[in-house]
Design a protein around this ligand. Structure first.
Ligand code: THU
Length: 120
């Protein structure tokens, strides 16, 4: 199963009774592990977590901090990562990190140019 298939599979676990918009993500580490995520919503809205961040936080909480690529699948043809998720990606990934959105692929630098950094 490829990375996008894993994202599509993870979408099935989406808990999204408020938006009714399901998202799945599959995150590939540099050493070949895959962590999946789905969006998880809350009745008070703000605790909602996107599929991408669920995948990142699962991986990071298990000691993985080096990432190669993420695939994202939502309830529309092209589901691009939100700004908050792009910022989280920039915390842990270099500018060549690959973001697969359906049949398109981008680098993190293309989706988040001039990102905030206190050092450079
Ligand atoms: N959502 C994601 O999971 N990933 C994104 O990149 C954009 C939005 C979720 C959050 C919420 O549960 C639903 O999609 C509608 O915004």
């Amino acid at each position: 199963m490829n990375l996008m298939d894993k994202a599509i599979e993870a979408k099935k676990n989406s808990y999204s009774p408020y938006s009714n918009f399901k998202v799945g993500a599959a995150l590939l580490t540099k050493d070949g592990k895959i962590y999946t995520g789905c969006n998880i919503e809350s009745v008070s809205y703000t605790p909602t977590c996107c599929a991408e961040r669920v995948a990142f936080f699962k991986a990071i909480s298990e000691g993985n901090k080096e990432f190669e690529a993420i695939a994202i699948s939502g309830d529309k043809e092209y589901c691009y990562p939100c700004g908050v998720c792009r910022q989280v990606m920039s915390e842990f990934c270099d500018k060549n990190f690959k973001i697969y959105v359906n049949d398109k692929v981008y680098t993190l630098d293309e989706l988040l140019p001039y990102s905030f950094d206190m050092e450079k």
